[in-house]
Design a protein around this ligand. Sequence first.
Ligand SMILES: CC(C)[C@H](C(=O)O)[C@@H](O)C(=O)O
Ligand code: SF4
Length: 461
Amino acid sequence: MTSQSAPRTLYDRLWDAHTVVRGEAGKDLIYIDRHLLHEVSTPQSFELLRDNALTVRRPVTQLAVPDHAVPTSERGGAIKGELARKQVALLEANCAEFGIEYLALEGERQGIVHVISPEQGFTMPGISLVCGDSHTATHGAFGALAFGIGASECGTVMATQTLWQARNRNLRVHYAGQLQPHVTTKDMILALIGTIGAGGGIGHAIEFTGEAVRAASMEARMTLCNMGIEAGSRVALVAPDETTFAWLKGRPRAPQGAMWDQAVAWWRTLRSDDDAVFDRTVEIDAAAIAPQVTFGTSPDQVMAVDGTVPAGPARALDYMGLEAGKPIAGIGIDYAFIGSCTNSRIEDLRAAAGVIRGRHVAEGVTAMVVPGSTVTKHQAEAEGLDKLFEAAGFAWHHAGCSLCVAMNGDFVPEGKRSISTSNRNFEGRQGAGARTHLASPAMVAAAAIAGHIVDVRKEFA
Ligand SMILES: CC(C)[C@H](C(=O)O)[C@@H](O)C(=O)O
Ligand code: SF4
């Protein structure tokens, strides 16, 4: 057992706090405080419970919401797509049967699972949180031990509130200095993935540190942690601080009154000791990061927007219809997507809106904004952002995963080129044969207006 006085990383501290049994085979039994459910990854989990005549041990720690399969162009009434209709109905029925709270598609609290949980204050520092979804590290932005799990593990968590898990090694990613204007945490994480590779963080829990991380808002920290898995890390953390506490205070499920004060007192202790030892450290000069854009079919095939396409793998360049040695700026786009659990929060929408400034989407470009949650959608509408986007030629959608993953009726047609604020540019991710360039909300908005990939910094020069 690690002694309480030995220096520890934030990850080790969280791990120790949740260890029920220290295993001998390299795995520890971890207590799970919270579990999020969505319609795509949970049908088998409930089957597992039924097959073994199990019940949900602590229903109050579970929260379910439909997001992946749901249509975003209209809401209310029966879902037109049969598969989606069945998936959503099954989630609702399973939740009713097992006593789990289900946030209805038509309700105010619906949205992408990784957006709604923090928004409701269901995500908090110091907790362990899992979901049958690879982007669960998003919640690590609050200093929560959060990671994605498989469908059978979801069943185990529901039945036992625990999981056997291997402890990760510690990777510190330190961003020294401050970001240039119009460069974001999306660019920070893409630059990291470009540096260490899509598998560079495997087996490691990342802790993001440094001035640029401290300066980042909660929305921006969530973007950073969201894509940890695109570097291979299932866990990505930012130590909680005043920014975290201010953001959470007053949220529907956040602690209230004396409980709040007690919680904050504990949350303040959730940090790596100054002399904590990390297995690896990667240093990145935040001030040197240019707006990033992917050129290939893996998030690590990424480059600065002012550069020329590198001599990447032939298959990726061929799929993307790009030529090595040519500038990436100027490449024409057909679709522009602002959304996904990476970049669909209110600040992302504001950043994109800030680029539009009365201009219009270029001829031939299909542009859309899909807020990450219904709460975000309504907040944006209260700020007039929907009108601004619509006047500029963007379609304004209901909340859901939408064009991040083409399983809900939204897709990019074959051979068409999209610039997207989402997190995966895999072949076919936005539709069979669709070409995806990942970038920040401001970069996507700028490209939608220009009709081609453009350096957003020049928009403000
Ligand atoms: C469908 C779901 C299980 C999947 C994931 O695990 O991440 C999806 O959210 C994704 O982003 O590819
Ligand atoms: S928005 Fe995309 S990455 Fe996020 S949970 Fe949905 S499908 Fe997965």
